[in-house]
Design a protein around this ligand. Structure first.
Ligand code: SF4
Length: 120
């Protein structure tokens, strides 16, 4: 299989073309450093994404607080993580850096508040 990627590891944004099968990467062109090769390998075999969303707040000055995951989670689990986060409602006050949910669904990523929300 053949696929093109834009490496996002640094501002150079190298366009990398990879040929791969179930055994691994067979050919790689366009990366100007090893980090690009690592990036493509991860994108093909175990892609991850950081998640930023919001969570409902009880008795807060605002009804939502912005949140993000402490580290990327497997791309295939994003929808499950979103459903889990969607069930949450946290009491005010909330401070930037508060962990609102630990080890979301065993991914090892915590859900962290990125905004301060005071009491209503
Ligand atoms: S391959 Fe290397 S130089 Fe190119 S964008 Fe990726 S990290 Fe930067």
């Amino acid at each position: 299989m053949k696929k093109k990627f834009i490496c996002i590891i640094c501002p150079n944004g190298c366009e990398i073309e990879a040929e791969f099968d179930e055994k691994g990467i067979q050919r790689l062109e366009g990366n100007t450093c090893d980090k690009g090769a690592e990036y493509v390998k991860k994108e093909i075999f175990s892609p991850e994404r950081g998640l930023a969303t919001s969570v409902r707040v009880e008795n807060g000055s605002l009804s939502l607080v912005s949140v993000k995951t402490s580290k990327p989670v497997p791309k295939g689990r994003i929808m499950d993580v979103m459903k889990e986060v969607g069930k949450l409602k946290v009491p005010a006050p909330v401070k930037v850096g508060d962990i609102l949910l630990e080890d979301i669904l065993g991914t090892g990523a915590d859900l962290v508040a990125t905004k301060n929300i005071g009491k209503a």
